[in-house]
Design a protein around this ligand. Structure first.
Ligand code: PHE
Length: 443
């Protein structure tokens, strides 16, 4: 694919892989299990699936329709419909959100990258010790940003997508193998029950807020990314089925990650609410005890690093495209500017897992710096962006025009247009608004 000029995906499958590449990443394998663990397990999973289906998917269609109809980035698309209006701020919010998410996302991606090598070192440092080494974590973080910048700078995304096409099915098979292995460990069935047997009394406002945020984060929604990606889809393509495949692939990978983590976690008697380190504590322990586990572990962390890279590429793309399109900055300069800024913004996150004491202590709502960033940008800001953009698409642009765009390449959609219009005009914004009110309970 090329996103340098206003290109187009080479094929329908090109879009699906690029969008799935953005969606599938640490959000599925690192964030989903840790947020599930902190929010009580199965009941959270149930609400999460509901959020994907009723809010995430209809809203994904809104972003894709806006992008393809206007053939522009989010700010450009909005100003094409309402020139000079304050709605353009949604574009600005998306850019800032992308920057901040990338800032801590690349920190976690750095750990993932580091774990490739850590797997082969015989004298294993525990996770807590690993993430509290300032030079190590900052170094890995810098390396990951650097790799992302190089890929976007060199415009070799096409190559990365091609690799991802081959490697993501390998990740899928590896997850399957790990699911089987983890569920044979003794004591694992308690973990499966925690993960799949919902206790509905555990559903609180805070749980629903976390589930909604996780749905947006995992599907890369709420910051206009899918508007940009949608603008590269050809007019003949079927947005409905393409979007559906992306959402399903993303959800399947997250659910599979949980099927590994929770059985293994309970088999080892660890705490499901351990927080952002959860996956890094549980998975290496599985690999260490598994026959051939070192090799499996190395392959796993390589694949996860690549999955993270296809997401960081998409995160870097949004602010970069803005500087290129709207500020007329040369692309090669813009990429470095955004990369450098992200590095500075991410330093406190990188140092907040033990390296610097005051950043590592609970700052607000019992969260240390990185978790706080993840909550504010990866959860609240995406939900807020989706709230505003669903109103823009449903009411300002008009659900009718969006539905027409969706029906191109899928004539059958006409039957569903009214239902979709109802969801995007009422259900999505009202639901998000009510859920966002729980924000006040968190702090
Ligand atoms: N969806 C990505 C993941 O799950 C993260 C992401 C969020 C990417 C928002 C782009 C925009 O890893």
């Amino acid at each position: 694919m090329t996103v340098h000029e206003r290109g187009q995906w080479s094929s329908k499958i090109g879009f699906i892989f690029a969008a799935a590449g953005s969606a599938i990443g640490l959000g599925n394998i690192w964030r989903f299990p840790y947020v599930t663990g902190q929010n009580g397990g199965a009941a959270f999973v149930f609400v999460y699936l509901l959020c994907v289906l009723v809010i995430g998917l209809p809203y994904l269609y809104a972003e894709l329709a806006l992008g393809r109809a206007m053939q522009k980035n989010p700010a450009g698309a909005i100003s094409a419909i309402k020139p000079g209006s304050p709605w353009i701020c949604i574009g600005g919010l998306g850019i800032v959100t992308g920057l901040f998410i990338l800032s801590y996302y690349a920190v976690i991606a750095g750990w993932t990258f580091g774990y490739i090598f850590k797997m082969v070192v015989p004298n294993q440092m525990e996770f807590d010790e690993f993430v509290s080494q300032p030079i190590l974590v900052v170094g890995l973080f810098a390396i990951f940003i650097f790799i992302t910048v190089i890929v976007v700078y060199g415009g070799v995304q096409g190559g990365i997508e091609r690799w991802a096409k081959i490697l993501m099915p390998v990740l899928f098979v590896l997850l399957l193998v790990l699911i089987i292995y983890a569920n044979f460990l003794s004591g694992s069935s308690k973990g499966l029950a925690f993960y799949l047997k919902p206790d509905f009394s555990k559903i609180t406002g805070k749980v629903v807020l976390a589930a909604l945020g996780q749905a947006f984060f995992s599907l890369s929604l709420g910051m206009g990314l899918m508007v940009t990606y949608g603008s590269y889809i050809s007019k003949e393509d079927n947005l409905i089925t393409s979007g559906f495949y992306v959402a399903m692939a993303d959800t399947a990978i997250a659910i599979m990650a949980g099927l590994i983590i929770f059985p293994a976690l309970f088999a080892m008697g660890q705490d499901p609410a351990a927080g952002p380190g959860l996956v890094f504590q549980v998975l290496p322990a599985i690999f260490r005890n598994m026959p051939g586990g070192i090799l499996v572990g190395v392959i796993f962390f390589i694949l996860l690093s690549i999955a993270a890279l296809t997401s960081t590429i998409s995160l870097l793309e949004v602010p970069t495209a803005y500087l290129v399109d709207e500020k007329r900055i040369v692309r090669k300069v813009a990429v470095w500017v955004v990369g450098g800024l992200t590095f500075l913004l991410g330093l406190p996150s990188a140092l907040s897992q033990g390296a610097v004491a005051w950043l590592s202590k609970p700052i607000a709502g019992n969260m240390e710096f990185l978790s706080l960033m993840d909550f504010l940008w990866g959860n609240i800001s995406l939900a807020l962006g989706a709230f505003l953009l669903s109103i823009f698409v449903g009411w300002i642009w008009g659900a009718k025009y969006a539905a027409k765009e969706l029906a191109r390449g899928n004539p059958g959609f006409a039957k569903w247009a009214r239902l979709w219009g109802f969801l995007i005009r009422f259900v999505v914004p009202i639901f998000i608004f009510i859920i966002l009110l729980n924000l006040f309970k968190v702090f």
